[in-house]
Design a protein around this ligand. Structure first.
Ligand code: ATP
Ligand code: MG
Length: 627
């Protein structure tokens, strides 16, 4: 069956469709009901079914692929590569689970995981899944205050951390951050399990509270901990959104629906069969990392390459080399990461054979045409844009080479994946927009398996944030989109990233893309600022490429001319600032709302996920100096 037919069935008869897909995973007790949508906008998938993510990720493969590589953890920071088979993974996860059980962690307890992108992060997550504990992975490197906020929200029984992470050869001690966070926290856990990588010889330890992982591992290696069979809708984990548009939301995921959706995505979207390898360059701390560094590949019986380090170290060919070494078929990365490689010598793209690599998936932000062209032409591979949110847990819009690959249209993540009935509607009237017209991208209920079930301990915010806009019926993605006549969807930016100039609504992305066509521009962010006459006008913030020596004033004028030339006088920027860096979240997304606040002299809001505070200072100085 082709895409259209399969997709149509998935939305017209979701119970039949997902009932069949349930067979992709192993159940201890099969579900008695596929879908319960009696309490909208909440819904439950695979009701009454009992299963376990760790069982499906490891145990079920032992008989057939115990000696196959499950995880290859590569660190170009420490120079160490660890190749771990499914059987070894089973041993490690059991030792981890035994340690956690001994520390008093049980089913339904929360565990905060604050680790770098190393194998122990995978062990910790799977060990939680095994015993039915709920993990909340906090991206390693978030500051103490952010960690404290997440600890207070989860009220964990245990925190797992490392002595340190590393970035660009620099050791970043984690433990002092953890200690500070626990001092600040209202509900510090009784124990901290410390993975000592030997990077920080001066690491402080608290007697009676801190427990050394290596010692416990020795004691427990060889123990088998039985898996906890969870009802399909029990929580598996919590994960916060990036905080691009405001206070991060604590996305709660289920067990059965998530496992089934991931299993299907591995074959149909990512075109991976058991035994094949995927390189996902994300960090386990993000949604992509949860789904495609850990759970998806392992549930699919694949080999997952985990990477700690910069994309340019020891040289910009490192990811391509890994593809060749491990016979990677599918690679998954982000436009931000590719833009970093794009600043380097393009020869790095052709130095490796890449004979097994078929598909390069990119997600997380708009994929601009210059970046797409550079990667697709440089590698000769098919580059596939896919759109999702922490909330959806797996791609919602994507081409599906594992099913039938439609032609790529650069700039579009393509078509809805299974179970996603999406519409582009008018934000005021709720009416469907015609092809070519911009509207809000919404999902008709029920949300398919794998999507969030609620926000942690905040059903009310869940309903208000996502369903509050359209009569509590439709899920709003909070993104603008447009569909072309062939049904391809294009994402135009976030609903709060729209500028209203004298009644004309302009997406910030359109303006950014026109500025980006100037060769001197490296990155650009556009926000709307209040204007007495027109209501709002665009303010442009841009960084220039390395080595550009043009006068910043000249480049600024060229940007203004280019916008008018491509989008018309209505989009003429009110001001253009050339700055040395732009504020971004830790996951590489532009924090436009902070730029907008600074322009209007307002409080920049929640900045807990800001990557580099200096970027904001630089912007402040630029604003004070004037355009
Ligand atoms: P918050 O919800 O806290 O403001 P966030 O939306 O940045 O943060 P994520 O869940 O990490 O948190 O990001 C999802 C968003 O990223 C999408 O809603 C969309 O705006 C953007 N995005 C993801 N993939 C794509 C893509 N392929 N093309 C365009 N935009 C994308
Ligand atoms: Mg979001």
């Amino acid at each position: 069956m082709g895409y259209e037919e399969t997709w149509r069935r998935s939305v017209d008869d979701p119970e039949a469709f997902w009932g069949e897909q349930a067979a992709l995973i192993e159940w201890h007790v099969p579900p008695t009901r596929i879908l319960d949508a009696s309490n909208p906008p909440f819904r439950q998938w695979f009701v009454g079914g009992e299963t376990n993510l760790c069982h499906n990720a490891i145990d079920r493969h032992l008989a057939t692929r115990g000696e196959q590589l499950a995880i290859v953890a590569v660190s170009t920071e420490t120079g160490v590569t660890r190749e771990i088979t499914y059987r070894e993974l089973h041993r490690e996860v059991n030792a981890f689970a035994a340690t956690m059980t001994e520390l008093g962690v049980g089913r339904g307890d929360r565990v905060v995981v604050y680790l770098p992108n190393i194998a122990e992060a995978v062990f910790a997550m799977l060990a939680c899944a095994r015993i039915g504990a709920i993990h909340s992975v906090v991206f390693g490197g978030f500051a103490a205050h952010n960690l404290a906020l997440r600890i207070d929200d989860a009220e964990p029984r245990l925190l797992i951390c490392a002595d340190a992470g590393m970035r660009g050869g620099k050791v970043i001690p984690y433990k002092p951050l953890v200690d500070a966070a626990l001092r600040e926290s209202r509900s510090p856990p009784p124990h901290v399990l410390v993975v000592d990588r030997g990077l920080d010889p001066g690491m402080p330890l608290v007697d009676g509270r801190d427990v050394d992982y290596a010692t416990q591992r020795e004691r427990h290696l060889g123990t088998t901990v039985p898996v906890a069979w969870l009802e399909s809708n029990e929580p598996s984990y919590l994960l916060y959104t990036s905080g691009t548009t405001g206070r991060p939301k604590g996305v709660q995921r289920d067990v059965g629906g998530y496992a089934v959706a991931l299993a299907l995505s591995m074959t149909a979207i990512f075109d991976l069969r058991p035994g094949q390898a995927i390189l996902c360059t994300s960090d386990v701390g993000w949604a992509v990392g949860h789904s495609y560094n850990v759970y998806g590949p392992l549930i699919g019986g694949c080999t997952a390459i985990l990477y700690e380090g910069l994309p340019t170290h020891p040289d910009p060919g490192i990811w391509w080399r890994l593809c060749d070494t491990y016979g990677v078929r599918t690679m998954f990365s982000s436009p931000t990461a590719i833009r970093i490689l794009k600043k380097q010598d393009p020869a790095w793209l052709t130095r490796h054979a890449l004979s097994t690599l078929r598909w390069i998936f990119l997600a997380g932000e708009p994929l601009d045409q210059p970046t797409y062209d550079w990667l697709a032409q440089g590698t000769g591979k098919t580059v596939i844009d896919n759109y999702w949110q922490t909330e959806t847990g797996w791609p919602a819009l994507s081409l599906m080479p594992g099913l039938d690959l439609k032609p790529v249209k650069p700039g579009s993540p393509g078509f809805p994946t299974f179970g996603y009935r999406m519409r582009v509607i008018d934000d005021a009237t709720g009416q469907d927009k015609a092809p070519g017209e911009k509207g809000v991208l919404v999902i008709e209920p029920p949300l398919p398996p794998g999507c969030l079930t609620t926000l942690w301990r905040d059903d009310e915010r869940y309903v208000r944030s996502y369903f509050g806009h359209f009569r509590e019926v439709l899920y709003s993605s909070l993104d603008w989109a447009v569909r072309d006549a062939d049904g391809y969807t294009f994402i135009l930016g976030r609903t709060d990233d729209v500028i209203n100039v004298a009644g004309h609504r302009l997406g910030t992305r359109e303006i950014e893309e026109s500025v980006a066509t100037l060769g001197a521009v490296a990155e650009v962010a556009v926000v709307g600022v209040a204007d007495e006459l027109k209501g709002q006008v665009p303010a442009v913030f841009a960084t220039l490429k390395q080595g550009v020596t043009d006068d910043p004033g000249d480049v600024a004028r060229a940007m203004e001319r280019r916008v008018v030339e491509l989008l018309g006088g209505v989009a003429r920027p009110g001001c253009v600032y050339v700055v040395s860096s732009l504020p971004k979240t830790r996951s590489g997304k532009l924090l436009r709302r902070s730029l907008q606040a600074l322009m209007q002299g307002a409080d920049p809001g929640d900045l807990s996920t800001l990557d580099d505070p200096n970027a904001l200072e630089d912007v402040k100085r630029a604003i004070r100096r004037g355009p």
